[in-house]
Write a protein that binds this ligand. Structure first.
Ligand SMILES: Cc1cc2nc3c(=O)[nH]c(=O)nc-3n(C[C@H](O)[C@H](O)[C@H](O)COP(=O)(O)OP(=O)(O)OC[C@H]3O[C@@H](n4cnc5c(N)ncnc54)[C@H](O)[C@@H]3O)c2cc1C
Length: 761
């Protein structure tokens, strides 16, 4: 319920503004963010000054609404085309301040800096905020930000309560104990649930802090952090990694002290960047050896003394200090990745190698630490984590932006593989599958959104990308989709289906693996061929049928193992084969009376060599594969529509799992070779596929007569090869829409085209 009334004087201009027909606004207004990469033409910008104005605007406007704070997010999170844009910077009052209770209640457009100016004379400090003070409280809450604070986590940890205006204009109070779902959804909810119009935050004591700097190898950093920083009275801490090396961390810790301050200012003076700041920025990003110069000379010089400052001073940097002269051709951008603390050492080399292989112009990677999030639906710290804040420079052209997308997705995969996550206020490059894995409770968030904002009015580029307004036909599938995406083993990268096609994007890791496998196989066959053609032939002579000696049991055993192995590798990586168990079985074989003992012993010894070698080589390959890739999944999850006649029955090893909703079925199908047969069988039965492993396209090869042409446009024909061993036939690779498989497969078969292989992910 509203607790404020509109005075007639305030109401008059406001009513006039509302009366202006928004939809016919002739001049759309462009809003953009700090990077200048995301101009968005909104229908109209309004700067509400009171909660009642916000409520009235939300109630009376029927189209999309977007919300902006300081506009420092970097991917269009503030707006969408044609929306009514609420510029919240007009609501910047302090509603209540209690120095005794150390709490402050503010409107969302206020900046941290303005709060600092008010509370500093009372010896108080903001408890959790970013490392700069220029952001609005509303924008910070909606991102659930964090800073360099030791032993703290996301901002939500310092929020007592918030007030939110929902899509129907209702004003709702939310806290961990009241409307908790809205509290945990709106904080970190990127303006998707409603407008935060007020927040009560906890404050803390403003202390004096002294700086200590230590340079150490990155491999020692995690232990150093837990033994010397986390356990100490440290207030701020960050570890800086210097490109291009990434092997040394400069650990900067500010700890509480009683020593007198060496800097008299209580807050950092606000100033524009001077020529020296700009020269340093340019030098580090553009000059040859600029990064080395900074790492070896400039920073050691800047960090050589041990200043003592007020906590508020160190927390009041201004983003303006970073601003380059122009962002027309290139721009400075941030990204951030999170990994569980235990996986720190694994992430750093992967990150460094991605930066190197894509020649990313990284200026700095700042490592921070965060406690686990207490429960927000879109929590980025699902457990205690280290954050890697990447500050880099990029060009603004379309190809340059696309290239950023490529390495960003690689970094996201690297973080996800370690159980980590990535940050949402930056450029929106993550695939839906990556978003779903990083934010496994997104399904709950979207379900809540569809309840409190059923018409999808609170919109911006982030939600347009991952939760676009449902079309009536797909509405039923929407919550199923997000439920599935939160399953750990559901979504796999679409790239995987195309890996065997060199025409598709080259993947060094996989090609190296295929090279190793190909070389091992060829070497293995060459050695066996030589051996069997010489020693093998000789001993075979002793057990030849004319000699009257029966076949040795070892020969039979080896044949059996070869057949078993051939079947095994169709569905499972070869190194999983139980070579060691086979070796034990070999030596337990009883002797066949009358069989040649020369042949018998030769077979035993040669096969022992082979099994022992493969067992050791397989173990090594398995370890190498596990260190580079996630454990192999043996099943692929397939989302289908529930057939009209009731739930589907499938033949083992396929399994039916719990459906994500009443209209769907979820199946687990075996991978590799049996996958083709399983999908083909389902398609022949008319089963309607929605997604396979979270993907909507899949690669299949078919075998057809050389003059066959897919005239019905069943998919995108990628490449075709004549089959040398089958004159008159060719193999064609087609990329097919998953939701058309039920018609494409029977259609091809009706034309006598054989489904050769469907490539799982
Ligand atoms: C130089 C720089 C340094 C940074 N350092 C850090 C850091 O140390 N730690 C960190 O966590 N992040 C950091 N960030 C990211 C920054 O915290 C976020 O971009 C934050 O959103 C900025 O706040 P803002 O006021 O600019 O919000 P905006 O960018 O304007 O908005 C962010 C989101 O909040 C929504 N929103 C805004 N106000 C409201 C409201 N009243 N109600 C509902 N939704 C609202 C918007 O719709 C949008 O989705 C940094 C960014 C920059 C540019």
């Amino acid at each position: 319920m509203s607790r404020r009334r509109l005075s007639p004087i305030v109401a008059l201009p406001f009513v006039l503004r509302l009366a202006w027909p928004i939809a016919v606004s002739a001049d759309p207004v462009i809003v953009n963010d700090i990077t200048q990469l995301n101009p968005i033409a909104v229908a109209r910008v309004v700067t509400p000054r009171t909660v009642d104005e916000v409520r009235e605007l939300v109630r009376s406007h029927s189209g999309p609404i977007s919300i902006g704070g300081g506009r420092f997010s970097m991917g269009g999170q503030i707006a969408t085309e044609g929306s009514l844009f609420l510029d919240m910077r007009g609501m910047k009052r302090v509603v209540a301040f209690s120095p005794e209770n150390r709490t402050i209640t503010v409107e969302p457009g206020i900046t941290w800096r303005a709060i600092q100016e008010l509370i500093d004379p009372h010896g108080l400090s903001v408890k959790i905020m970013q490392s700069y003070a220029s952001f609005t409280v509303g924008g910070s809450l909606s991102v659930n930000v964090h800073g360099r604070y030791v032993g703290q986590g996301p901002l939500i940890g310092s929020v007592r309560s918030i007030e939110v205006v929902l899509a129907d204009g209702q004003l709702v109070q939310a806290s961990p104990s009241e409307n908790a779902e809205l509290f945990y959804g709106s904080i970190g909810g990127y303006g998707g649930l409603g407008v935060i119009v007020q927040a009560t935050l906890e404050l803390t004591e403003n202390q004096r802090v002294a700086r200590a700097v230590r340079k150490l190898p990155v491999t020692e950093y995690r232990d150093f952090f837990f033994s010397e920083v986390r356990a100490s009275p440290a207030v701020f801490h960050n570890g800086d990694l210097y490109p291009p090396a990434y092997d040394t961390v400069t650990a900067i810790t500010w700890s509480a002290t009683d020593r007198p301050v060496t800097v008299a200012d209580r807050l950092m003076p606000v100033r524009d960047p001077n020529w020296a700041d700009r020269l340093a920025l340019f030098g580090v990003s553009e000059m040859p050896f600029g990064k080395e110069l900074r790492a070896r000379v400039l920073d050691p010089l800047t960090l050589r003394d041990h200043p003592v400052v007020w906590r508020n001073y160190e927390a009041s940097y201004d983003v303006r200090q970073l601003e380059p002269r122009s962002r027309a051709r290139s721009t400075y951008v941030l990204q951030e990745y999170f990994v569980p603390v235990a996986r720190f050492d694994e992430f750093v080399p992967r990150m460094a190698s991605i930066f190197r292989s894509h020649r990313v112009n990284v200026l700095n990677v700042s490592i921070r630490h965060a406690k686990q999030d207490p429960g927000s639906l879109l929590a980025w710290a699902k457990e205690e984590s280290f954050a890697f804040v990447v500050y880099y420079k990029q060009g603004v052209t379309e190809p340059e932006r696309k290239e950023v997308g490529v390495w960003t997705r690689e970094l996201i995969d690297a973080a996800l593989a370690l159980g980590g996550s990535y940050y949402l206020p930056y450029q929106i490059h993550a695939t839906e599958a990556q978003f779903g894995r990083a934010y496994p409770r997104a399904a709950e968030f979207f379900a809540l959104k569809s309840r409190v904002d059923p018409d999808y009015r609170f919109r911006n580029k982030l939600w347009d990308r991952y939760d676009p307004p449902p079309k009536p036909a797909t509405a039923a599938g929407r919550s199923a989709e997000w439920k599935l995406r939160s399953l750990k083993n559901y979504a796999r990268s679409e790239d995987q289906t195309y890996l065997t096609l060199p025409e598709y994007r080259f993947n060094w890791g996989y090609h190296a693996m295929i090279g190793v496998i190909g070389t091992s196989y060829s070497t293995g066959y060459a050695v066996s061929g030589l051996y069997e053609g010489s020693v093998g032939r000789l001993t075979e002579w002793f057990s030849r049928p004319e000699s009257g000696a029966p076949e040795t049991a070892e020969d039979r055993f080896i044949r059996g193992v070869a057949t078993e192995y051939a079947a095994f590798i169709h569905a499972t990586p070869w190194y999983e084969f139980p070579f060691a168990a086979k070796l034990r079985q070999l030596w337990a074989i009883p002797e066949v009376p009358g069989a040649s003992s020369v042949r018998r012993w030769e077979r035993r010894l040669s096969f022992t060599d082979e099994l022992a070698f493969k067992s050791a080589w397989g173990w090594l390959m398995k370890k190498a594969t596990q260190s580079a890739y996630d454990p192999e999944q043996s099943e692929i999850l397939v989302w289908t529509r529930k057939p009209d006649g009731g739930p589907l029955q499938v033949d083992p090893p396929a399994r039916v799992l719990d459906p994500p909703d009443a209209h769907s079925q979820l199946l687990a199908l075996p991978r590799y070779e049996p996958f083709t047969a399983a999908v083909t069988k389902l398609a022949r039965r008319g089963v309607r596929f929605v997604e396979i492993a979270g993907n909507r396209r899949i690669l299949m090869t078919v075998i057809a007569a050389r003059d066959w042409k897919d005239t019905r446009g069943r998919g995108e024909r990628l490449v075709e090869w004549d089959i040398l061993t089958r004159p008159g036939q060719k193999r064609v690779a087609i990329s097919v829409a998953v939701d058309r498989l039920h018609e494409v497969i029977p259609g091809l078969e009706a034309e006598r085209v054989k489904i050769d292989h469907i490539y799982d992910y």
